[in-house]
Ligand binder design. Structure first.
Ligand code: 3PY
Ligand code: MG
Length: 246
C-alpha cells in the first residue's frame, strides 16, 4: 500500500478508517480489517511508544498506516514516518504557516527539511524507502476556533492532502463542552465549505459507524468508523449489563 491508494480513497467518495489508541499490536491485527481503508495510530493521546508503533506498522502489512503525531514538530513527524507509516495526521494546526511547517517536516530536501535515516528505512534499503516515502499523505487537523477562522488558508497550503476536523478539541475550544450547541456544527460546516472551495478533501473525527456513514453521506472525505477504546468500552459494558439481566 502507499499514499496514492489513500489519495484515491479520499477523492473517491470517502475513506473509512479505524483508530487505535490502546498501544496494542495484537489489537491492530483484530481491528485493521479489509473494511477499513487505513489504520490511524494515535501517538498524541494513545499509549503507543516508539517500538510498539513501529511493530504496529509491520503487523498492518499492506494496509496503510497514518500516524497521528503528538505535536507539529520536525522530530515528531520524522520519527512517525521512519516507522514506515504512509501518512501523518498533525494535530492543532491553526495557521497556514503551521500547515506549511507540517508539510516541510514530512518532506525530504530540497522541498522540505525531513531528515533521512531510521531502522526500517535502512533495513529496507534507503534508496527503495526514499522512493516510496517521498510523498507521504499529509493531513492537518483543524480543532480550534483559530483554526476554523483560518481554514481557507490552511486548506490551500501546497502539500496538504486533507484537512481533518477534531470534533472533541473543537468543542473545548469553542467553549461548548460538555453542552454541544449549534456553534459546533456551524464551525464544522465552515471548515467543510472552506475545504470544498480549496479543492482539499475534508475529514472529520467520528466515534460510531453510524456517525461515520452520515458524514460520508454529507460529503466528508474521511471518517473514523471505530476506535479501540470505544469498541472495548461498549463491548464490555454491554456484556456486563446483559449478564446482570439474565
Ligand atoms: C479530537 O476530537 O479532538 C481529536 O483529536 C480526534 O481524536
Ligand atoms: Mg484533538
Amino acid at each position: 500500500a502507499n499514499a496514492s491508494d489513500m489519495r484515491a480513497a479520499l477523492k473517491g467518495g470517502g475513506m473509512i478508517t479505524s483508530w487505535f489508541a490502546m498501544g496494542s499490536v495484537p489489537l491492530i491485527e483484530i481491528g485493521a480489517m479489509d473494511y477499513f481503508d487505513a489504520a490511524i495510530i494515535d501517538l498524541q493521546h494513545g499509549l503507543w511508544d516508539r517500538m510498539t508503533s513501529h511493530l504496529a506498522v509491520s503487523v498492518l502489512g499492506p494496509k496503510p498506516a497514518i500516524m497521528r503525531v503528538a505535536a507539529n514538530t520536525m522530530p515528531a513527524i520524522g520519527e512517525a514516518l521512519d516507522s514506515g507509516a504512509e501518512g501523518v495526521l498533525v494535530p492543532l494546526v491553526e495557521t497556514a504557516e503551521q500547515a506549511r511547517a507540517a508539510v516541510a517536516a514530512a518532506t525530504f530536501p530540497k522541498d522540505g527539511i525531513r531528515s533521512g535515516g531510521g531502522v526500517r528505512p535502512l533495513a529496507e534499503g534507503f534508496t527503495r524507502y526514499h522512493k516510496r516515502s517521498i510523498n507521504p499523505l499529509i493531513g492537518v487537523m483543524i480543532e480550534t476556533s483559530a483554526g476554523v477562522d483560518n481554514a481557507a488558508e490552511i486548506a490551500a497550503v501546497d502539500g496538504v492532502d486533507f484537512v481533518f476536523i477534531g470534533t472533541g478539541d473543537l468543542a473545548l475550544s469553542l467553549g461548548c463542552f460538555p453542552q454541544i450547541d449549534e456553534r459546533h456544527e456551524q464551525a464544522c460546516q465552515s471548515v467543510f465549505e472552506a475545504c470544498k472551495r480549496a479543492g482539499t478533501p475534508c475529514g472529520i473525527f467520528t466515534t460510531t459507524a453510524e456517525a461515520a456513514a452520515a458524514r460520508i453521506e454529507q460529503g466528508y472525505a474521511m471518517t473514523v468508523a471505530a476506535n479501540d477504546v470505544d469498541i472495548l468500552l461498549h463491548g464490555f459494558a454491554q456484556a456486563g449489563q446483559a449478564a446482570r439481566k439474565v
